[in-house]
Design a binder for this molecule. Structure first.
Ligand code: C2O
Ligand code: CU
Length: 495
C-alpha cells in the first residue's frame, strides 16, 4: 500500500485564495499603522512592479546570469508550446493520435531523473483541436505497470474517463482506444488516473487545447505547463529527494528558468497549467490580465496582481507585448500556512525581440455575465478532513475506495458546498462536469467563472453551482495527488 506520505510530505501551503477573494493589499496596508505598512511592503518586493516592467527588465536582458561562483549560467530557450501530436487522420473533425506511455530520462536543472513520458516528450504532446471535433487516441502502455489516461476537465463519456471505478486499467503492454468528443472550448489536460501521484510525478501529463473558431486568433497561442520537481519523495528513484521550499525546482515546458523571445508588437494567448502533484503557483507579472479559467473565457477580463493556480488548475492570460522584458514569477510555497511571502521565484523571462510598441488587446467575446446569484440552499455538501497523523484523508468521513456515491438527477440544478475542516488547502476537482463558482469564503468572483478545479482555503467554504448534464459515475477528489491517493476521493453518480 502506498503510504499517505505524512512522513515525507510537508504540510500544505497557507491560506491562498483567488486574487478576487483576498484582501486587497492596499486595503490591508490602510488598516495597519504606518510602520507595519512599510514592513509589509518590504516583504513584498513585487509591489514595486505596479510601476511597470522597466525596473526589472534590465538584469535579464541576456540569457546569462552569474551563479554563486560568478560564472555565467546559460539559461535555456523556450521556443513555444510543447510540440503537438501528429494527426494520423485527414478528417479535420477528428484528431487521431498515438499516445505511448513509456520510461524516459528527464534532465531537470542538471539532475537526471529516471521517469516516464508520453511519446518520449516532457510534457507530453499538446493535443490541439477545434471545438466540436473528436479526440481519438490509440493509447499504448509500454510501462511495466498498469495505467490509464484521464481527460481532466473534459466532459468525456463516462467509459472514456480513464478511472478504475468505471473501467479496467490498461495493463502493462496493453492498448486502449479512447474516443472523446470535445464540444466545448477551453484548456484541459491529460494524465494517468491510477497510481496517479507516482505516475504524474514521473512525467505523464500533457495539455489539450480546444479552440473556439469564433474567438480571435492571437499572434501566438502559448501553452505553459508548469511542474515542480523535488516535491515528492516517493518517486521511482530517490533522486527526487525530500522536498523543502528552498530546493523546489519549477519547470516550464520541461525547462528550468527559460528565456522566451516572442516578437515585440504581438499578442500572446497564454494557457497556463499547473501539473505539479502538490505545489501551488501564485503567478504574477506586470500588467497581468486573466481572460479565462479552467473552462473557457471569464465573464469579463480580470486584472490582478497575482493569480493562484492550484495543482490541476488552468488559467488563460493575454500578453500585449511591447519591447519591454519582464519576468513571470511565483511567490514561494509556504509550508507553515498563511499567505505566500518571501522573495519571488522566477519561472521564466520574456524578452520580446524588436521595438514594436505593445498592440491593442484582442476583442475576446466576453459576455459580461455576472456570477449566478446564490440561491442560498445547499443540495450537496462535501466536507474535506482527515490526514492527522496516520489517518486517511476523508471526504464526508469516508476514505477511498470505501465510499458511498452521492446520486443526483441528470440535468437538475445542484448547489454544492465544499467545506474544508483541515489545516491544509485542498484543490476540489470534479470529473465530467464543469461547475460555476458562486463564492469562496462568501466572496463571489467578479464575473462568471466556470471551473473544474477550485482551491478550498484552510477552514474555507466554496459554493458551486452545476446542472450535471453528463450521466455516469464521476470522481470527486482533492487534486493534491498524495491526498487523492491517501483517500480523499469519492463518487458523484449522475443518473
Ligand atoms: Cu486531474 Cu481525477 O484528475
Ligand atoms: Cu487535499
Amino acid at each position: 500500500m502506498r503510504a499517505l506520505g505524512r512522513a515525507t510530505k510537508p504540510p500544505l501551503p497557507g491560506a491562498l485564495r483567488p486574487a478576487w477573494a483576498r484582501l486587497p493589499r492596499s486595503g490591508l496596508a490602510a488598516r495597519l499603522p504606518l510602520a507595519a505598512g512599510l514592513a509589509l511592503a518590504a516583504c513584498h518586493p513585487l509591489d514595486d512592479r505596479k510601476d511597470g516592467p522597466a525596473d526589472d527588465s534590465a538584469p535579464h536582458s541576456a540569457d546569462t546570469a552569474p551563479d554563486d561562483t560568478g560564472a555565467p549560467v546559460e539559461r535555456p530557450e523556450l521556443t513555444g508550446s510543447p510540440a503537438s501530436a501528429t494527426d494520423l487522420d485527414a478528417d479535420p473533425a477528428r484528431l487521431r493520435v498515438a499516445l505511448i506511455a513509456g520510461t524516459a530520462r528527464h534532465e531537470v536543472g542538471g539532475v537526471s531523473y529516471e521517469g516516464y513520458a508520453y511519446n518520449g516528450q516532457l510534457p507530453g504532446p499538446t493535443l490541439e483541436l477545434d471545438a466540436g471535433a473528436t479526440l481519438d487516441v490509440d493509447f499504448q502502455n509500454t510501462l511495466d505497470a498498469a495505467s490509464t489516461v484521464h481527460w481532466h476537465g473534459v466532459e468525456a463519456p463516462n467509459a472514456m474517463d480513464g478511472v478504475t471505478w468505471v473501467s479496467d486499467p490498461v495493463d502493462a503492454g496493453a492498448s486502449f482506444n479512447y474516443v472523446v468528443p470535445l464540444p466545448l472550448a477551453g484548456t484541459y489536460w491529460y494524465h494517468p488516473h491510477l497510481d496517479t501521484d507516482h505516475q504524474v510525478d514521473l512525467g505523464l501529463y500533457g495539455a489539450i487545447v480546444v479552440r473556439d473558431p469564433d474567438e480571435p486568433t492571437a499572434d501566438v497561442d502559448l501553452v505553459l505547463v508548469f511542474d515542480a520537481w523535488s516535491e515528492t519523495a516517493d518517486a521511482a528513484t530517490d533522486e527526487h529527494g525530500l522536498y523543502t521550499p528552498g530546493d523546489l525546482v519549477w519547470t516550464v515546458n520541461g525547462l528550468v528558468d527559460p528565456v522566451y523571445r516572442p516578437p515585440a508588437g504581438s499578442v500572446v494567448r497564454v494557457r497556463a497549467l499547473n501539473a505539479s502533484n502538490t505545489a501551488y503557483l501564485d503567478l504574477g507579472w506586470p500588467g497581468l490580465v486573466q481572460i479565462a479559467g479552467d473552462q473557457g473565457l471569464l465573464g469579463a477580463p480580470l486584472e490582478a496582481e497575482r493569480v493562484l493556480l492550484a495543482p490541476g488548475d488552468r488559467a488563460e492570460f493575454e500578453w500585449r507585448l511591447g519591447p519591454e522584458a519582464f519576468d513571470v514569477d511565483t511567490l514561494p510555497w509556504v509550508p507553515a500556512g498563511g499567505a505566500s511571502w518571501g522573495d519571488p521565484i522566477r519561472l521564466l523571462s520574456v524578452e520580446p525581440e524588436g521595438d514594436t510598441p505593445a498592440p491593442e488587446g484582442l476583442a475576446w467575446p466576453f459576455d459580461g455575465a455576472a456570477p449566478a446569484a446564490d440561491p442560498g440552499r445547499t443540495d450537496l455538501v462535501y466536507v474535506f478532513a482527515g490526514g492527522v497523523e496516520d489517518e486517511p484523508w476523508l471526504i464526508n468521513g469516508e476514505s477511498w475506495p470505501d465510499v458511498t456515491p452521492d446520486v443526483v438527477a441528470l440535468g437538475e440544478e445542484l448547489i454544492v458546498e465544499v467545506r474544508n475542516l483541515s489545516p491544509t488547502e485542498h484543490p476540489f476537482h470534479m470529473h465530467g462536469n464543469r461547475f460555476e463558482v458562486l463564492s469562496v469564503d462568501g466572496v463571489p468572483p467578479p464575473s462568471r467563472d466556470l471551473e473544474d478545479t477550485v482551491n478550498v482555503p484552510i477552514r474555507g467554504v466554496v459554493r458551486l453551482r452545476l446542472s450535471p448534464a453528463n450521466p455516469g459515475d464521476w470522481m470527486v477528489h482533492c487534486h493534491l495527488l498524495g491526498h487523492e491517493q491517501g483517500g480523499m476521493m469519492t463518487v458523484l453518480s449522475v443518473q
